[in-house]
Design a protein around this ligand. Sequence first.
Ligand SMILES: *Cc1c(COP(=O)(O)O)cnc(C)c1O
Length: 376
Amino acid sequence: MTQKIARFLSDHQPATPCLVVDVDRVEGNFRRLRRALPLARVYYAVKANPAAPILERLVGLDSSFDAASIEEIRDCLAAGAKPEAISFGNTVKKASAIVEAYAAGVRMFAFDSEAELDKLARLAPGSRVYCRLLVENDGAEWPLSRKFGTSVDMARELMVEAAARGLDPYGLSFHVGSQQTRTNSYEAAIGKVAMLFTDLAEAGVNLRMVNLGGGFPIRYDQEVPGIDTFATAIMGAMTRHFGNALPEMVIEPGRFLVGDAGVVSAEVVLVSRKSANDPVRWVYLDIGRFGGLAETEGEAVKYRMSTPHDGSAAGPVVIAGPTCDGADIMYERSNYRLPTALACGDRIELHDTGAYVTTYASQRFNGFAPLAEHYI
Ligand SMILES: *Cc1c(COP(=O)(O)O)cnc(C)c1O
């Protein structure tokens, strides 16, 4: 937790549950990433946290934006982003969304299928398009499965067709899965992209851009390789495969920019046991799976927690949310331990919750209000 957040929490004691984000930390992360990969243009993946203070700060830093929906595009424009700095990166777009984005001046679109290419050719003529490849997500703690991307063979055909239909065949993209802890996932994907660049050049289609997606990890319960390690691996693979003819590079970080800039402050609602001599306590918080902690699904992301009793004796706990839904249990198998002194009414902080939390909060499920947010 940054000092600024610690001071805000102790000075203001804001009502819980709430997320507090240190926007200076977002800026620090952005600068660190740009120093590590100076040749790559940063398109912030807005879905990680679309709050206006974050978008505005990033506009001021000359960031570009990867938007998943027309709503996110509107948010970026409202924050002052130029339409040229926005990529409509979802490969699944409503026709009406494409029409509105194009009318607003957005000219960069992702796709991974014939039917989507057809929409773009009709509704966004002349735009720069890039095709998303299906790549391995091994090593990612929050994988994106087979939902997005297409095979190399189909991408080849689609890019040839894009050129023939009056679109600008700009490049290729991939996403190695979120919270990706292995550098070789990027290296393997870059090799795949480079082969397709060569194939397409032979077919007369000269691509100019490689979009390496997001996935850069942050530290939750485990150490992860630093951003410099990823940058070195990526630049090594790019030079190995493209030599002196390096294409434009795009990265779409989400989690890396905002994850460690946020802390959720919550309240312990109840501490109980299922039987008198059961060593395991059940700790119920005023935030849970439906209050925004969706990435605890499968106990995939393990947030660190701190309490007023840290340093004293601790024991095993199951940690659950406040709703009446049986799925609203965050951690049952991950061997979490919390101080034995923990009691109803204590405050508890969940660290590194700046990404993929606020927007996952449900609308009044069980009557609970969506997560409050403070940007400082
Ligand atoms: C979600 C997403 C990102 C951001 O991923 P992170 O793992 O948060 O960096 C980037 N690009 C696309 C296309 C995405 O869907």
